[in-house]
Design a protein around this ligand. Structure first.
Ligand code: FAD
Length: 551
């Protein structure tokens, strides 16, 4: 076989692409993953910095800050177990009495593990809202329970059956969260507390479907975790599975075109002109770029072109990375902070949709070295690494950008771009100081990433990492499935029906490999199947560096 012929070629090494690759490689397909960036992992990759003339070092997570449901039979551990990684990745649990700390003016709420404790604490905090809160939580829990029991697929002819089997799901799942809040007669403060973690899906209550909120809370209420060794370990182990099972992962390799012959995908061409052929091509790259730039409109049905154009992308995130010369490992609880200067969360999103940076702050603050105190790469002893995030508008004009970095624009030195970036960096630092007083004077490293930075590194439309917006009209069956209308072309990643985040992307990777192989791999793994040969795996152990292993 020519070294340029493969059974499957995957564009992009995000967790969706790598998980699909690991499942295909362990099922005997020669699999090649091609990644634009210099390290694999997409949004799950980390980067490192030295400060104080090399005296200390920090590792920063791009997009693995916390994941839910990582107990022994949790979803992510199950996906990992299926390719022989059961004992390779350990998940460290965050404080079960308050894995998220929600800070509002005059009100702090710590989100505990477990639906019952969550309910008790909410009622204790908002006794006047007790009736509405019980109704709200009953609806969420029944939507989840009914969703699990529904027989799929669902068509219009199934509605009478669903009305019997899943009345709450049918009534509420796809309606906006704000309508449920109204129905339960909840006041603004309790609404803000209930929706405070909506940044995890980047949609406000008026756009987020009830099923999404129920799914998010269920994910984290099963326990919130951080992978020991930092976010890069997930990608690094999946890379190892692929490489040790006859596959390859190549970084610094940008795909420019999906090769089409007789209306089917037959391989890819790189920006360098090199070609790789395969009967299966999986795109983990941005949805719109996949079809409009890699495939080309001429190969698509007009309805597909129209639908793709209509999809709205999720809001992007502005991130500040800080290194501190103080060790907060033993001093702070193992919690994330959601810090708000107003109870009007909806208003912050509406500012973004109107192309304005929100005037009120809504921040997510997370501390890598507190979540994993023993991995010295995350922060040297005596130091702390932390990330601060805020949801912002994607519009190029807000960032004073023309064509965007994916089109080759050089933007770093643009005065207006730099000035907004620096202004926001300072604003977010002031916000962190309010949430965790006293840290400002300890900053020894600071830098920021805008949606434009995100576009440069992952080539995503609008600098998002969550794919197409998770809204009532773009959820579940209204998102693309892994199988496309083009023979031989499949999708994995945040824009698919499996959704975004670490769990959505990884579960979607299994879903994509299942469609390629024509089997339900998730059901096989849940039944105890382990694919491939775990004895071949080499990653892990003393001295192993997940970052080096992902290059
Ligand atoms: C700031 C931030 C915080 C987050 N926090 C969390 C969190 O705490 N918990 C959580 O669950 N999720 C979080 N997420 C979301 C999560 O990280 C993403 O949804 C998920 O990792 C996306 O995976 P994906 O499979 O869609 O691929 P992506 O991560 O989008 O990766 C796609 C890859 O394709 C590559 N690519 C694109 N085009 C090409 C091309 N033409 N040729 C070659 N390669 C190409 C890109 O370089 C990229 O590496 C966060 C994201 C961000 C940005």
């Amino acid at each position: 076989m020519d070294s340029r012929d493969w059974d499957a070629v995957i564009i992009g090494s995000g967790l969706g692409g790598l998980t699909a690759g690991a499942y295909l490689a362990t099922n005997g397909l020669r699999t090649l993953v091609l990644e634009h960036h210099y390290v694999a992992g997409g949004n799950s990759h980390v980067f490192r910095r030295k400060a104080l003339h090399g005296q200390c070092s920090f590792e920063f997570d791009v997009g693995v800050h916390y994941v839910g449901d990582c107990g022994p039979d949790g979803l992510i551990p199950t996906v990992l177990r299926g390719v022989g990684l059961e004992d390779k990745v350990e998940f460290l649990e965050m404080d079960p009495d308050g894995f998220d700390t929600l800070v509002f003016p005059g009100l702090t709420f710590r989100v505990p593990k477990g639906w019952d404790r969550y309910r008790e604490r909410l009622v204790a905090t908002f006794p006047d809202e007790e009736t509405g809160l019980h109704r709200y939580l009953d609806v969420l829990e029944s939507v989840l329970a009914e969703q699990r029991s529904i027989r799929l697929p669902i068509g219009p002819e199934d509605l009478p059956r669903l009305a019997q089997e899943a009345p709450n799901f049918l009534r509420w799942a796809l309606r906006p969260l704000s309508e449920l809040f109204d129905d339960c007669g909840l006041g603004q403060k309790v609404r803000a507390v209930l929706a405070a973690e909506c940044g995890a899906y980047a949609s406000p209550p008026s756009r987020a479907p009830v099923a999404l909120q129920a799914g998010l809370m269920d994910h984290y209420l099963k326990g919130a975790y951080y992978p020991q060794g930092g976010g890069q370990v997930l990608a690094a182990h999946l890379v190892d599975v692929i490489r040790s099972h006859g596959g390859e992962v190549r970084t610094r390799t940008t795909v420019e075109r999906i090769l089409m012959e007789q209306a089917r995908a037959v391989g890819v061409r790189l920006a360098t002109g090199e070609e790789f052929r395969a009967p299966v091509v999986i795109s983990n790259a941005d949805l719109k770029r996949t079809f409009f730039e890699l495939v080309g409109e001429g190969h698509l049905a007009p309805e597909t072109v129209a639908r793709l154009k209509q999809y709205r992308m999720s809001l992007p995130i502005f991130v500040v990375y800080l290194g501190l010369d103080i060790d907060l490992r033993e001093r702070l609880p193992n919690t994330n902070y959601w810090y708000y200067t107003s109870f009007d969360i909806e208003g912050m999103y509406q500012d973004c949709y109107a192309g304005r940076v929100p005037s009120e702050l809504g921040l997510f603050i997370t501390l890598g070295s507190v979540k994993d105190p023993h991995t010295s790469a995350i922060a040297s002893k005596g130091y702390t690494s932390l990330e601060v995030m805020m949801w912002v508008p994607p519009d190029y004009r807000v960032w004073s950008i023309g064509e965007g970095p994916a089109s080759g624009e050089r933007y770093h030195q643009k005065k207006d771009y730099r000035s907004l970036k620096e202004q926001l960096l300072d604003t977010l630092i002031e916000g962190v100081e309010q949430a965790i007083p006293g840290i400002k004077e300890h900053i020894v490293w600071k830098e920021a990433a805008t949606p434009i930075t995100q576009e440069r590194y992952t080539l995503s439309t609008g600098g998002t990492s969550y794919g197409i917006e998770l809204a009532t009209d773009q959820i579940g069956p209204n998102r693309p499935s892994p199988k496309t209308e083009i023979e031989g072309l499949y999708l994995a990643g945040a824009s698919t029906l499996f959704g975004h985040g670490i769990v959505g992307s990884m579960r979607g990777g299994v879903g994509c490999a299942s469609v390629v192989l024509g089997r339900d791999l998730m059901a096989e793994v849940e039944g105890g199947q382990v694919f491939g040969d775990p004895s071949k795996l080499t990653a892990g152990g003393p001295g192993w560096d997940p970052w080096e292993a992902s290059r």
